[in-house]
Design a binder for this molecule. Structure first.
Ligand SMILES: [Zn+2]
Length: 276
């Protein structure tokens, strides 16, 4: 996992036939990221095509990024279908820290229902809004590139005398060779949420967001802050608004569409207010 370029070079794009092939693979894998072997095979095949051979080498990481990003988009759609916003929900930001503390102490923390993981004081209100049978899902920040990745499993945890406890994380779509020990307090949190078009009003200046930064070599999800929001009239393609963001890791600024933004679960209460 190399550090992505931040100099705003040309953006890598898959062509239509490559996208078609990856769509088929994603469907065949029931919308989970395929194994490294399959990603490698796709990278090799794409790189040796007539269009790319000798010019552009497609890496497995670029392909992994495509799958990851596509999954985010599909998850947003699935979430909208299965969990309509309930209009009368009280504003109730979730408390990541209390959830995470429970996770670190549990034997199989990857499988959590909100009712078991939340302190009883918040279970009633938060639980009633959660889709039934849903699991809490986490993302973790990789020390290798500073980007956030979905957590597949928490494999272990350990106390550190001098600081915060750490968890050994298996990243979703990656193998054991990419496992990392991460600081639970600072680098593990509830997953950020992809935004549907109707949710753009919940993205406000000064917000911390997870933003998809596309570079020449790869595209990754990084922490960023919203500096400004240009609201535009939506059309049948959905949200046309534009957001000026500044990435935390390199201080670069970019104007991005809503589809590149994942908002923090703490902003859920705004949606409830909007729909009230
Ligand atoms: Zn919008």
């Amino acid at each position: 996992m190399g550090r992505p370029p931040s100099n705003g070079g040309p953006t890598f794009r898959f062509n239509a036939s490559e996208v078609g092939e990856m769509e088929a693979v994603l469907q065949g894998h029931h919308y989970s990221v395929p194994s490294r072997e399959i990603l490698d095979a796709l990278a090799l095949r794409f790189s040796s095509s007539a269009e790319r051979s000798g010019k552009v080498e497609v890496t497995w990481k670029q392909i992994w990024n495509w799958f990851q990003n596509r999954r985010y988009a599909l998850r947003a759609r699935a979430a909208r279908q299965s969990a309509p916003v309930q209009p009368n929900m009280p504003a109730m930001p979730q408390h990541d820290q209390s959830v995470l503390r429970n996770v670190a102490q549990a034997p199989h923390p990857q499988a959590f229902h909100p009712k078991e993981a939340q302190p009883s004081a918040t279970t009633q209100s938060v639980g009633s809004n959660a889709p039934k049978n849903s699991l809490l899902e986490f993302e973790a920040k990789s020390a290798r590139d500073g980007a956030w990745y979905d957590v597949a499993y928490f494999l272990s945890h350990r106390a550190i005398e001098s600081g915060d406890p750490e968890a050994l994380v298996r990243f979703s779509g990656f193998g054991p060779e990419e496992d990392e020990w991460v600081n639970i307090r600072r680098h593990v949190r509830l997953r950020s949420l992809p935004c549907e078009s109707s949710e753009c009003a919940a993205v406000l200046p000064t917000d911390l967001i997870l933003c998809f930064q596309e570079g020449k070599e790869q595209a990754l999800y990084f922490d960023a802050h919203v500096l400004d929001a240009q609201r535009r009239r939506h059309d049948k393609r959905g949200c046309r608004c534009r957001f000026l963001v500044r990435y935390d890791h390199d201080q670069s600024e970019e104007i991005v569409p809503l589809r590149k933004i994942c908002r923090r679960p703490e902003t859920d209460y705004r949606l409830h207010q909007l729909h009230a």
